[in-house]
Structures are given as C-alpha cells and as structure tokens.
Design a protein around this ligand. Structure first.
Ligand code: HEM
Length: 485
C-alpha cells in the first residue's frame, strides 16, 4: 500500500476530479451501479479527462475519443494491462480468465489461439452454426413468443458453446449455461475496481475465514470450485470427443489438433468464449426487439429493405445479402451506440509512466474509457437518446461505434466482435423477415408501452419488457417450416 502511495502524483499534475478523502480516496464517490452516468456528469464539471483515486489506485476517466485514441490505441504497447484482481484471481480461482490477465506472454498465448479461431477470415466457417441457432430462435419465437428473453439467451449461448465445444444447448437450463451463470454472478460481485480492501492490501488474503471481516474467504472457496468446473467439465468432454474421433470441428478440437499448443491454454481460452460472448450478444438482440417496439417507423423501413432483396419475404435472407442491406448495418451500429452493452469497455492499466497533455500518470494507472458518455454526447450525436439508425448511413459518418469503442481498444480490442456482428446481423434480418414486433394490448384495449430502461452490470441489457411478436403472414410461417425441414 505504501508503495502505491509513493507513486502518487506530484501536486498539480493530476487532471481535475472530485475531492479525495484520506486513505479511502474517492471510493465512496464511485457508484457500484451505473457508474457511467456519474462519470458523464463529472465530465460536464471537470472536463474530458477526470482523475479519481479509489483506495489509492490512480484512475483516469477518459471522455473524449481523441484522448482515448492517443492513450489506449497509439500507446497500446504500454497501456494494455489490467488491474490486479487479488480476490478473483488468487482466491476465487479465475486466474485462467485471459480477459483479466496482465499484458504478458501468458496473455499473448491465450489471445493468439482465440484470435485465430474467431478472426474475421475464419467467420464463414461459423456460418452453419449461426444459421442453425437462428432457425431455432425463429421456431421458438413462433411457438412461445412471450418467452423471448430465454430464447434469445439460448441463441447467443448456444452459438458460443457450439463453436467452442461442439456442445448443443437444448434448453435454457442447460447444465453448462447454468454453471457459467452461477460462476459469473459470483465473479461480478468482486471485480468492481478497487472495491475491496484485499485489492489494496493483498496481505489480507491470508486472513483465516473465521477472522472478523474475512467471510469473503469462505465465499471465494465455493466460487473457486465453480470456476474450476466451468473450465474443466466442457473441455474434458470436448477433448474426449476429439480424441475418440467423434467430434465435429470446434475451437477445442481444431486447436488441440495443432501440435504445439498447450492444453491448459486451450481449456482456459475456450471457457472464456461463452462468458465473454453470451450476455453481450444477447444484449444486442434484446435491444433490437426493444428498439423495434418503440420505433415502428424504423421497423417499417428496415422491413421494406429486407422485402426488396427477398422478393417480398419469399425466402429467408442470408449472409450473401448483406451488401444489399445497408439500413440493417446502420441498425446494428445504432444498437451498439444507443444500448452499448459495455458502457465503460474494460479498464486498461499502464505499464510505464505516461505524460499526456501536461499530466503525469504513474505506471499502474487505470484508464477507463467512458464509451457511454461519448455515445450520448449531443455534440457528436444529435438527440442521443433517440434510436436513429440513419445517422450511420452514407459516406460522411464521422463517429462509428464499431471503430469508436463499442468493442474496446488497442491490443485488448474484443477478439469476438466478428462472431457477434454476424450472429446479431442474421438474427435481426431474419426476425424482420418473418415477425412483426409490436406493443402488447391490455385487457382494456390500451397499448402497454413503458419507456425503455436498462439494467446495470458488467454487461448491460434491457430490463424485462412486454412485447408482442407475431408471424407476419402464413407465408412467413411456411418459410420457417420449410427451412426447418
Ligand atoms: C455485442 C457483443 C460484444 C461486445 C459489446 C463486447 C465488448 C468487449 C469489450 C469492450 C472488451 C474489452 C476490450 C478492451 O479491453 O479494450 C471485450 C473483450 C473481450 N471479448 Fe468481447 N464483446 C462482445 C462479444 C464477444 C464475443 C461474442 C466473444 C467471444 C467469441 C467475446 C470475447 C471477448 C474476449 C475473450 C475479450 C478479452 C480480450 C482481452 O482481454 O484480450 N466478446 N469485449
């Protein structure tokens, strides 16, 4: 702790920010829920670069794309590390999760094999799994539309477990899905940066569980079991299928077939695909349904575009149609802006002192890009709280979420973005082809339409909402049936 204090900045060289208190610094100023709203308010008071110090950790909130570009893209070789997570990694057994690993050779090995499988050039290999999952989604939405939330979750989780382990998710209470949710929930409770004293005083991790205030030890022990199971159970199954020759190609079988790769690294990287990709992808599709509910004119325009390329909905659109559907891509970009699933991306940590715009940031500074604030800044996006995909049409688009942070920055940029952008695209375009999305009507004949709201977590999703999802016509129903034969 003292060494952290010693790293504190000389007076005058820190950016402005809320007043710091002795020892605890700004820990009480940072809300555990929706901190991006507070950061956006601070940007209005203190400017584009805001400094806080929760429990002695130098932390810089970046609210301007140019500053983010300079610090997290151009200087990425030195700002691509992560905050140390003593509780999560050392006590809860999550040290295999490479999204939270420091920027070192071990991280590079994980990232390399992950990138190789999920990179853009490899995406067409994943099309069959995406098509199958989308067809299942259409069938489920037709049969039990009120259960749309579970169907969408099953869609996104199903694609990732199929691509990673060749595991078929048959129901939403699938064993692997449930295990991942339990383990992730527990992890999310502790990875709020600087939120526990153990992060600041790592020696506390040696306190026995019976010691007052050390109950986290017991909880961590249980969570460690889940984290281990989550990594090992599906991997061992996929490895067994691969070695017995019964496996279809998937991340585990393809990567294990490469002679020189370390098995543990394959298991680690595989386990992260579902965790990092499932809720994020589901978030986009849930937000799409929500946006279509509230913006019928957008839905009508999108459907018109789709009908034009599918001869009035006579077939289901597919990936080859994408270049003819610019409005659907604009919808995807607007979803990432309007309902950004990761409002603060992920914190990056510097590995050397940085001097920028006259400020001095010591090695170990946390940089938090306030992507939400940038996406809702009316100087860049007119009427930022409205869903207006047309802002992303044409050649003069200045700010695009795809290049401005929806998927993070520099060496840490999301390696799963191509999967999500293709899976999300197909789901959106096929839902538009066969269903109409409209408000529920209550027993008094009144339209049920509450303002859109979103939950608060590491991955943001729309709060549950009521919606009617109905097939557009008998022709649309026949399309789903024919495709399912
Ligand atoms: C809408 C969907 C998604 C969003 C918004 C999203 C967003 C992000 C963001 C903001 C980061 C942190 C980047 C940074 O530190 O600068 C990240 C990292 C990551 N994402 Fe995604 N992601 C999505 C989907 C996926 C999918 C489908 C996968 C898996 C196939 C995935 C795998 C990962 C991994 C493994 C990392 C850690 C990278 C590292 O630390 O090196 N993501 N994602």
């Amino acid at each position: 702790f003292l060494s952290r204090r010693a790293k504190r900045l000389p007076p005058g060289s820190t950016p402005p920010g809320p007043k710091r208190w002795p020892f605890i610094g700004n820990i009480n100023d940072i809300p555990r829920q929706r901190s991006w709203i507070t950061y956006t308010e601070w940007a209005k008071i203190y400017g584009d670069i805001v400094y806080v110090e929760p429990l002695g950790t130098p932390t810089v909130i970046l609210n301007n794309p140019d500053d983010i570009y300079e610090l997290l893209e151009r200087r990425s070789a030195y700002t691509a590390s992560r905050p140390p997570l003593v509780v999560a990694n050392e006590l809860m057994g999550w040290e295999w999760d490479f999204a939270h690993m420091p920027h070192n050779d071990n991280w590079r090995k994980h990232r390399k094999i992950f990138h190789q499988y999920f990179r853009q050039n490899n995406i067409p290999i994943h099309f069959p799994a995406i098509r199958d999952a989308t067809l299942t989604l259409l069938n489920q939405l037709q049969q039990t539309p009120d259960d749309y939330r579970n169907h969408i979750r099953q869609f996104s989780g199903g694609i990732l477990l199929k691509l990673t382990y060749n595991h078929d998710v048959k129901t939403v209470d699938d064993r692997l899905v449930t295990l991942a949710e339990k383990a992730l929930d527990a992890l999310l409770q502790v990875i709020h940066v600087g939120s526990t004293f153990v992060e600041v005083l790592p020696l506390l991790k040696h306190m026995p569980a019976w010691f007052p205030g050390a109950s986290f030890q017991e909880k961590a022990h249980v969570c460690a079991q889940w984290a281990k199971e989550l990594r090992d159970v599906p991997f061992q199954q996929a490895k067994h299928d691969w070695s017995s020759g019964s496996s279809q190609p998937c991340f585990v079988s393809d990567t294990l077939s490469e002679k020189k790769v370390d098995e543990e690294i394959v298991a680690n990287a595989a386990a992260l695909a579902y965790l990092a990709g499932s809720d994020t992808t589901a978030s986009i599709i849930l937000s799409f349904v929500l946006a279509m509910l509230h913006y019928p004119e957008v839905q009508a325009r999108a459907r018109k575009e789709v009908d034009l390329v599918t001869n009035n909905g006579s077939r289901l659109p597919d990936f080859a149609d994408r270049p003819s559907l610019p409005y659907i891509d604009a919808i995807l970009a607007e979803l990432l802006r309007w309902a950004i699933p990761t409002p603060l991306a992920f914190p990056h940590v510097s590995e050397r002192p940085e001097v920028y715009k006259g400020y001095y940031f010591p090695s170990g500074t946390n940089f938090i890009p306030n992507v939400y604030g940038i996406f809702h800044d009316e100087r860049r996006f007119s009427e930022p709280f409205k869903f207006k995909p047309e802002r992303f049409l044409g050649d003069s688009v200045e700010f695009n979420p795809l290049t401005m942070g929806a998927f993070g920055y520099g060496r840490r940029i999301c390696p799963g973005r191509h999967v999500t952008l293709n899976a999300g695209w197909l789901a959106i375009v096929q839902i538009l082809t066969v269903f109409t999305i409209s408000p529920k009507i209550d027993e008094h004949g009144r339209v049920v339409l509450n303002p859109p709201t979103f939950d608060s977590g590491l991955v943001v999703q729309p709060d549950p909402f009521e919606v009617t999802i109905t097939p557009r016509s008998d022709k649309a129903l026949a399309l789903i049936q024919k495709a399912s034969e």
